[in-house]
Design a protein around this ligand. Structure first.
Ligand SMILES: [Zn+2]
Ligand SMILES: [Zn+2]
Length: 380
């Protein structure tokens, strides 16, 4: 039987340094260790092969001889080195250290990369009130992970494929025995996937997915509001090794509007009203999201009175009716009056005083009664 190249056995390059060789050895020795492979003969052979390769490549002299003469330079059967496939001399302390680390929670490897659904993503989308009310299509750019196009997400190099994990034989779990204890743990070779990729795809390094900024066209339904989110199924991060993708959530945030305040499907706005129109009645223009509309102001309208314009609010995104626009009139005190205008106001005031104060001041009576009661209560 021809022997495999030692470097190939350890999966390292010819010029690999000691550190890399040791690392590769530890990984493989752990993978093929008889304690874990439960009497599988092929695995045992592999374990010996790895041991042998490491004994040679970790020893400066033997490695030099091997590099020059190949297997002939270091053939153990010729007595050149005195190693024979046993566990003697190998760095087991470290190996078991790693294993225990895994079982007892010290290692970060357990379950880390099990084939599972990709992560969900969140995209914060700011909309103006008009956009939220009418709905729109927006293009959003999302940095994410997408399935690798080179290997179709499998992680295996073109023309190769994933193989059943030799350590756990596809189960994803191995049983570790330590004296009386039998501990079930995630297979360290395949991290629970049950499969390994002998030749990883060069583009995604075996992950089966790559980073990419996706541009997505999202249809925002009319009537959305701050706090609403739109789920795009399967537009989240691609899973590893071809696992299903997560979802993308577009989180809506509606910006403040200079005129309207929204509460549910209703809109609110303050409308200034001259005191003359308030007193005499008339018609004013009020803004809606669809443009101006006329609002009839009855005579003797007081400040803060609300006028409800039915159906001028927001169409509910969840179906059902359209909200209202509620206009609150705010009566303005005139400013920058000329002397003549001031005089007219004084005349008006005098004429009203002649009628008796309360007649023209609907709020005053109640107010002054309240004030009187307030002071009476204080002094009693
Ligand atoms: Zn496995
Ligand atoms: Zn790939």
């Amino acid at each position: 039987m021809s022997k495999r190249d030692y470097y190939e056995v350890l999966g390292v390059a010819k010029g690999a340094d000691d550190k890399d060789i040791k690392k590769a050895y530890k990984r493989l020795a752990m993978k093929f260790h008889p304690d874990r492979t439960q009497g599988d003969k092929t695995m045992e052979e592999k374990f010996k092969e790895v041991q042998e390769a490491y004994e040679v490549l970790s020893d400066e002299q033997k490695r030099a001889a091997y590099d020059r003469y190949g297997h002939a330079g270091v053939d153990p059967n010729r007595g050149a080195g005195g190693f024979g496939g046993g566990a003697g001399g190998a760095d087991f302390g470290d190996i078991f250290g790693d294993v225990f680390g895994d079982i007892f929670g010290g290692g970060g490897r357990r379950g880390q990369s099990r084939a599972q659904r990709g992560s969900d993503l969140r995209y914060n989308l700011e909309l103006s009130l008009e956009e939220a009310v009418r709905g729109k299509s927006v293009d959003i750019k999302v940095p994410t992970m997408v399935s690798c196009d080179s290997c179709d997400g499998s992680g295996a190099k073109k023309g190769t494929s994933a193989k059943s994990c030799p350590t756990c034989h596809g189960a994803g779990q191995v049983t570790m025995r330590q004296g009386f204890f039998a501990v079930q743990q995630t297979c360290p070779t395949c991290n629970g996937r049950g499969k390994i990729i002998p030749e990883p795809c060069t583009k995604c390094h075996g992950e089966g997915r790559i980073e990419k900024t996706k541009t997505l066209s999202v249809k925002i339904p009319a009537g959305v509001d701050t706090g609403d989110r739109i789920r795009l199924t399967g537009e989240g991060e691609a899973g590893m090794h071809g696992a299903p993708a997560g979802d993308l959530y577009v989180q809506v945030h509606v910006k403040e509007h200079p005129i309207f305040v929204r509460d549910g499907n209703n809109l609110y706005c303050d409308v200034p009203l001259s005191f003359t129109t308030a007193a005499l009645g008339g018609e004013i223009d009020v803004p809606t999201l669809d443009g101006r509309v006329k609002l009839k102001i009855p005579a003797e309208t007081q400040t803060d009175k609300m006028f409800r314009l039915r159906g001028k609010g927001v169409q509910s995104v969840r179906g059902g009716g359209v909200g209202d626009l509620v206009c609150k009139v705010v009566i303005e005190t005139p400013v920058n009056l000329s002397e003549k205008q001031k005089e007219l106001l004084r005349q008006l005031d005098d004429s009203m005083a002649g009628d008796g104060e309360a007649k023209h001041r609907p709020k005053s009576k109640g107010f002054f009664d309240g004030v009187k009661k307030f002071f009476d209560d204080l002094t009693s």
